[in-house]
Ligand binder design. Structure first.
Ligand code: FAD
Length: 450
């Protein structure tokens, strides 16, 4: 039997450690705090929730509920402790974060097969035949370890930043200048389109490419072997000013593409377009599609107001970029969460491309279960595609490779219902219930084989 080395005492790591130990494996659990901390953690506790204390919806037949139900049935230890430390939060599961961490620490301390090491891991030994490593070092993985991961996976396969687009208040858009349309009139006209003339586009490009960016703090100049000062993104989520600098027309052929968006005023496609997508059900705010950027807030306010229709807009949120290290799972990871080129290294938690507390615990749970099989020389039985857990792993390992972004659990990730059922069951809630029933049935069968 191989020893299991787990790096990261956040959410995925402790869950993986407890699952593997429960199945008889010897586990070494490494956590670098308090020796070294991250930009977000405030304690040296295991399972620290770095921001909100919510593990999302408990409303029956929602996707986050389904994920949690499956985890409960599989015996997720962190979720059981979350249930035990729940605080009132309407339809959501929210926890007392201090009590939650304390109880997770007690579970780890009570498990004789887990040895805890409070140190930063800076190297990965992919060739060690006696150790199976689970990397669960999270979105704020330390620089040295990220460098190691990059050595193993290649520089194009690790993202260090995530970006978000600005949001505009709907009531401040000048509706006389914009129009609703779907590209080539396909589907419903949900997008607001802000049309540019050639002159307007050129003025906008000039402002965008010369606007001042936020200075990168030290931690933003992340590791990165060979690419020291350069922020690293996947192509699908480059900041807009970066794309704009690649050439006069790159935006017009990219996020500002006007083709198929006939302006009812002129009967023609404009020179370029900015699309606004409804942000919430109330439709009182819209986000600027593809406009993630790294500019100073004042500069965003100035430049974005050059967009026709947004001259007097109020921005509810500006574009921002924050550190989020994750691998390009579609090209690197197998469904058993092992690195394709290095089967002795597994990746779990947010680093593997799932997003969110619950998703990270779920990923740790699967990694622990799979690792126990692998350590004992058996091939793991992969979680069923019909389940929420199986769908999450299926998404990260099969997603569209160009635009891969970390994902929360949603019904979109689950296999769709057959077309005749989609047609006959008109009520969306009913359809979701059927998907949940199918998921739980498949999950139950899979659990029987563990
Ligand atoms: P983590 O919980 O971050 O655990 C990784 C652990 O590895 C850390 O304890 C770290 O100290 C340790 N580590 C790192 N490098 C090393 C090393 N070299 N050696 C040893 N140990 C190391 N999700 C939500 O659902 N809701 C939120 O509100 C939310 N807010 C977030 C806010 C921020 C600022 C960030 C960055 C993420 C947030 N997330 C949120 C996303 C995500 O759910 C959490 O980051 C979650 O904690 C991920 O779990 P994890 O186990 O993968 O990583």
């Amino acid at each position: 039997t191989r020893r299991i080395k787990i790096i990261g005492g956040g959410l995925a790591g402790p869950e993986a450690a407890l699952q593997a130990a429960k199945r008889g494996c010897e586990v070494d659990l490494y956590e670098m705090r308090p020796t070294r901390s991250t930009e977000a953690h405030q304690t040296s506790d295991f399972a620290e929730l770095v921001c909100s204390n919510s593990l999302k919806s408990e409303s029956e037949n929602t996707a986050p509920w389904l994920l949690k139900q499956e985890m409960r049935r599989a015996g997720s230890i962190l979720l059981a402790e979350a249930d035990a430390t729940a605080v009132p939060a309407g339809h959501a599961l929210a926890v007392d974060r201090v009590e939650f961490s304390k109880r997770v620490a007690e579970r780890i301390a009570a498990e004789p097969r887990i040895r805890v090491h409070r140190e930063e891991v800076t190297t990965l030994n992919e060739a060690d035949p006696d150790t199976l490593t689970i990397l669960a070092s999270g979105p704020l993985t330390s620089a040295a370890l990220a460098g190691e991961l990059q050595r193993l996976t290649g520089s194009d396969h690790l993202a260090f930043y995530d970006s978000i687009s600005p949001i505009v208040e709907a009531s401040t858009i000048d509706m006389s200048k914009v129009y609703f349309a779907a590209r080539y009139d396909k589907g419903t006209a949900d997008y607001i389109n802000c049309p540019f003339t050639k002159e307007e586009y050129e003025r906008f490009m000039e402002a965008l490419t010369t606007a001042e960016a936020v200075e990168s703090k030290d931690w933003e100049k992340f590791p990165v072997t060979g690419t020291a000062e350069k922020l690293q993104y996947f192509e699908g989520c480059l900041p807009i000013e970066e794309t704009a600098r690649r050439g006069r027309d790159t935006l017009r052929f990219g996020p500002m593409k006007p083709v198929g968006l006939t302006d009812p005023k002129t009967g023609r496609w404009p020179y370029a377009v900015v699309q606004l997508r409804q942000e919430n059900l109330r439709a009182d705010s819209y986000n600027l599609v593809g406009f993630q950027n790294h500019l100073k807030y004042g500069e965003q306010n100035r430049v974005l107001k050059l967009i026709p229709g947004l001259e007097n807009a109020t921005f509810l949120r500006y574009g921002q970029i924050h550190r989020n290290t994750y691998i390009h799972a579609p090209s690197l990871l197998t469904e058993s969460l092992q690195l394709k080129g290095h089967a002795g290294i597994m990746i779990a938690g947010q680093l593997s491309g799932v997003e969110g507390y619950t998703e990270s615990i779920a990923s740790g749970m699967l990694a622990g279960i799979y690792a126990a099989s692998i350590a004992n020389g058996n091939a793991p039985t992969i979680a069923p595609r019909l389940s929420a857990n199986g769908s999450l792993t299926h998404y990260i390992t099969h997603a569209d490779t160009k635009k891969f972004q970390p994902a929360n659990i949603t019904f979109d990730l689950l296999p769709p219902l057959e077309e005749d059922l989609r047609k006959t069951i008109r009520d969306k809630k009913e359809r979701h219930k059927l998907q949940c029933d199918r998921a739980l049935a498949a999950w139950g069968q899979w659990l029987d084989t563990d």
